[in-house]
Design a protein around this ligand. Structure first.
Ligand code: LHQ
Length: 263
């Protein structure tokens, strides 16, 4: 598939996916969804990828659904937004959460509507100081989708989730970091180097362990303690047989840096 709405490249264990409709603040139309789906399928099947970066081209990260798209524009014909979610947004969010490797989101500018929640679906979110998050949905008569009503109360509690969702006000990156919505907020000029360093670190990390960490932390939201302890036991049992555990312990005892294969 040739890409016209995204830029996708993969090298040295790092896959980079850039949403690329800057004149529409990288809002999603059906074509962009299809391309992102294709790229994520490649990440999933390419065993050499150990970390994925998601970012946006130009001054914005992503303004959510392209509101000019005929498929969602309220007009004479009845419009089924549920179909758009079922076809596009739900699989996108579930795929990001299920990828067995870390997904880093570099929020380079405004993240609005589904764009904000796609960022929150990623595992480590770093935002430029000038970036912001807007649950813009209520401004157009909708509810936060793409996982917004799931992620927000878990990240910031019901009170702040409710305020953000009902008021649709801009949450600046610095406050998002203070509230624990995201991992880190950095000066705009430092976003690139911060993210590149993070990507190199994660690409050299024990990928299977990171995948297990991701699975366990996301599962914990729906598990009781005993179920979670069982899950930890099972994941640890599998990791105890991994090459990277062997390498990690060998490197520790030999007082040298580990060389993790990701296996
Ligand atoms: C846009 C958009 C946009 C098209 C900026 N579409 N052109 C799921 C299922 C099905 C259906 C419904 O939705 C969903 C999920 C959703 O995501 S619903 C929420 C959709 N998104 C929004 O409501 C956000 C709309 N955008 C904005 O509120 C502003 O653009 C923000 C606050 C993001 C940025 O404001 P500014 O920095 O002032 O930029 P701007 O508004 O001037 O936008 C720049 C251009 O991008 C502009 O075009 P123009 O031709 O005038 O230069 C905008 O029309 C266009 N654009 N967002 N979602």
């Amino acid at each position: 598939m040739t890409y016209e709405n995204i830029i996708f490249a993969s090298a040295n264990g790092i896959a980079r996916l850039t949403l690329n409709r800057p004149e529409r603040l990288n809002s999603f139309n059906d074509a962009m969804h299809a391309e992102v789906r294709d790229a994520l399928a490649r990440v999933k099947t390419d065993g050499s990828v150990r970390v994925l970066l998601l970012t946006g081209a130009g001054r914005g990260f992503c303004a959510g659904q392209d509101l000019g798209d005929r498929a969602v524009a309220p007009g004479g014909e009845p419009v089924d937004l549920g179909a758009s979610i079922e076809r596009n947004y739900k699989p996108l969010i579930l795929t990001l959460r299920a990828l067995p490797l870390p997904v880093v989101c570099a929020v380079n500018g405004v993240a609005a509507g589904a764009g904000a929640n796609i960022a929150l679906a990623c595992d480590i979110v770093v935002a430029a100081k000038s970036a912001s998050f807007i649950q813009a949905f209520s401004k157009i008569g909708l509810i936060p989708d793409s996982g917004g009503t799931y992620f927000l109360p878990r990240l910031v509690g019901t009170a702040r989730a409710m305020g953000l969702s009902m008021l649709g006000e801009r949450l600046i990156a610095e406050q998002a970091a203070e509230w624990g919505v995201i991992w880190q907020c950095v000066e705009d000029v430092h976003l690139h180097e911060t993210v590149e360093k993070l990507l190199r670190t994660l690409a050299g990390a024990p990928t299977a362990a990171l995948a297990a960490i991701k699975r366990a932390l996301y599962a914990s939201a729906g598990n009781d303690l005993e179920t979670q302890l069982d899950l930890e036991r099972d994941l640890q049992r599998a990791l105890g047989r991994s090459a990277d555990y062997r390498e990690g312990v060998a490197a520790f005892t030999e007082k040298r840096a580990p060389r993790f294969s990701g296996l």
